[in-house]
Unconditional design. Structure first.
Lengths: 154, 154
DNA sequence: GATAACTACCCACTGCTACCCATAATCTAT
DNA sequence: ATAGATTATGGGTAGCAGTGGGTAGTTATC
């Protein structure tokens, strides 16, 4: 049973093997609807992590992008930095996806990796980098943080 | 008989077994509506405790989180921190849920644990930590309670 | 066209967890 | 008061999840 379809929560620790493969947590695979055909789109995240989208979620993003004018600055840079590196991956019988060397390098991944559910997508992090990023963001935006928390969390 | 659906009150003392399982009080289970399918979402609380939400309550939180665009830095770190420790748990035939080692460590749980109804969610505490937190909050200026009094009639 | 490199797919091992059963204590109804 | 039901806790186990490694078939290179 799942909370919501194609929706991911929780943090898991997994190992990246010498072939560049990493396991997608069984929970996440179960949350994935069948029309995704066991496939994700992996790409560069906006922090130093890898973003993993279910393909039908990614399709929505592409549709939205098509509607946006290229005159928009933010749109151009999002397309350039994110979409550019996107590639489709299907997980194997053991539930693993292969990560391209470019993305492994970008996310500074070693043997240990953290996989985090981010509601509509998944993030893959180097543990050290995530800790550092966390620390930074909490120092900077605590007031905006509280504002969001008051709005959303019961 | 229940007062309100998915609404929890009262304090109960339970034991965490060696497998990290803890009983959800029978009264709370009875208060849980069927559409939750015997499932909760457990996550880090704001004090050093564990928050336990009925699934349908958590779904509202997820829906709100989905509306936040990942283009914004603050949104990304907020979603990450909110969802990172959240996982769905279903209670077994005996009415127990399994608590992840990470959360046990965070809440500093030993064998004894207090389970407290917090209206729309449940809190799990180490008894010593709760006592200490209680003591601290008693010292807080009573003017803050006066402020609350303007919002809620008891 | 021969060889090297790579990738997709397959198999194997280990440890854990979800599920089951057992038992004692407590509650409930007649 | 007593029998039956429910609740709280402990423990065993089959099956699966996570990980490593092998190989055949495909693509790239010279």
């Amino acid at each position: 049973m799942t909370i919501n379809n194609n929706t991911f929560t929780g943090e898991y620790s997994y190992t990246l093997d010498v072939k560049g493969r990493i396991n997608i947590p069984a929970k996440f695979r179960n949350d994935l609807t069948d029309d995704n055909e066991k496939s994700f789109v992996i790409t560069k995240g906006m922090d130093s992590c890898i973003w993993v989208y279910p393909i039908i979620v990614w399709q929505n993003i592409e549709d939205e992008l098509k509607k946006l004018s290229s005159l928009s600055n933010i749109n151009r840079s999002f397309v350039r930095n994110t979409v550019r590196y996107a590639s489709m991956v299907k997980y194997d019988k053991q539930g693993r996806i292969a990560i391209t060397p470019k993305l492994i390098k970008y996310a500074n991944l070693g043997k240990e990796a953290l996989i985090i559910g981010m509601v509509n997508k998944i993030e893959i992090w180097d543990p050290g980098l995530l800790a550092k990023t966390d620390e930074l963001s909490q120092k900077i935006d605590s007031s905006q943080f509280d504002e969001l928390a008051n709005k959303i969390i019961l």
